[in-house]
Design a protein around this ligand. Structure first.
Ligand code: SF4
Length: 359
């Protein structure tokens, strides 16, 4: 069915001779034999199989899998992972007429294009290789790390820091909590969720109003842009405002997708993976970095870029999310940024940063 609001989705009526050829083709195959038309493949798409790459001559290459017609520009665009919000301007078909040198046709824009999802994944991967993936030499897990976890476990039985089961709730919660104190971001999140019971409401929201609600947590305009931008991107990518499908995705696929959203850094993505999708990841926030460096698990001058890889090399699988939670609890209660309370720290005998007189 042609939906009016979706652009580039005009199905055209075919001549009887074209229809005849279309009906000859079997599922997943091409027109062949004497009926083959020079330069056109007339492939019948297989709904259960992979699609061939869409080429510039797609206007006469791809037959709809369940209707007697060739695919529309929008259908071909979806095969190429173009979001529906992307509109193709210019003439529809590539006729090889001279005019195509003047105006690029819609099929020409589509044909052999790098699919946007692939382009985003590649760009993301290159950025990680350049800036974040300075993977350290593999080394065995620091012998003391399990003792640290065991000791802190006995002191902090909590495993919930107010995080959310629903991945979109968690994403918004973490975007609000960045660089804010708990007493600021918790009420702000509650106020925002009270105003927008369904996050979908943020799609047409007035940024001024959202910014006003976020103001008590600071960085209001940055947070507004990120939150509204995330909701809009998720809606464009999935057609609804939900991240529930990430539950079925692998760690790397879900992580890479989250990193394409505005304002989502390594820590935010890993918090969503860890707290809502229950994956064993190690988000590095200020508490995790501070406690880890003071304990000598990673060097003192480690940056936020290098810390995730260094810590993952030190903290064994299965304990990573727990290690992060324990660092947050310990960093808030005892190993505070200013004036850590080393005298009542259960780790003081293990910690190279503890004052000598406590030994
Ligand atoms: S001994 Fe002091 S510096 Fe070391 S972990 Fe405990 S509070 Fe932090």
């Amino acid at each position: 069915m042609v939906r009016k609001e979706v652009k580039n989705h005009q199905a055209v009526a075919h001549a009887e001779t074209t229809l005849k050829k279309i009906r000859m083709v079997r599922g997943g195959q091409e027109l062949n034999g004497a009926h083959k038309v020079f330069g056109a493949a007339y492939r019948l798409l297989d709904p259960d199989g992979q699609s061939p790459t869409v080429t510039r001559s797609g206007f006469r290459d791809f037959i709809h899998p369940s209707e007697d017609r060739l695919c529309t520009v929008r259908e071909l665009a979806r095969l190429q992972t173009f979001p529906d919000a992307y509109e193709f301007k210019g003439r529809r078909c590539d006729t090889y007429a001279k005019s195509r040198y003047v105006t690029q046709t819609q099929h020409e824009q589509l044909g052999n294009a790098v699919p946007p999802l692939l382009a985003r994944a590649l760009a993301f991967s290159i950025r990680r290789q350049l800036f974040e993936r300075q993977v350290p030499e593999p080394r065995s897990h620091t012998p003391g790390i399990l003792r640290v976890i065991e000791t802190l476990d006995g002191h902090y039985p909590e495993d919930n820091l107010g995080n959310k089961e629903n991945p979109l709730d968690e994403l918004i919660y973490i975007l609000i909590s960045r660089r804010a104190a708990e007493r600021q971001y918790v009420p702000v999140y509650t106020a925002l969720h009270r105003r927008f019971r369904r996050w979908r409401g943020l799609l047409g929201a007035n940024p001024q109003e959202v910014s006003e609600i976020l103001r008590p947590a600071g960085l209001a305009s940055q947070r507004t842009k990120a939150i509204i931008g995330c909701v809009a991107a998720i809606h464009t990518d999935f057609g609804d405002v939900s991240l529930s499908r990430l539950r079925r995705w692998s760690n790397s696929r879900a992580y890479n997708y989250l990193r394409t959203l505005p304002g989502v850094n390594d820590k935010v993505a890993k918090c969503v993976l860890g707290y809502s999708l229950h994956r064993d990841v190690l988000p590095v926030d200020s508490h995790t970095l501070r406690v880890s460096t003071r304990l000598g698990i990673i060097p003192q001058d480690t940056s936020y870029f290098r810390a995730p890889a260094l810590l993952e090399a030190s903290v064994p699988e299965g304990s990573r999310l727990r290690f992060h939670v324990l660092c947050v609890l310990h960093g808030r209660a005892v190993c505070r940024s200013r004036r850590p309370d080393c005298s009542r720290c259960p780790l003081r005998r293990l910690c190279p940063s503890a004052p000598d007189y406590l030994e």
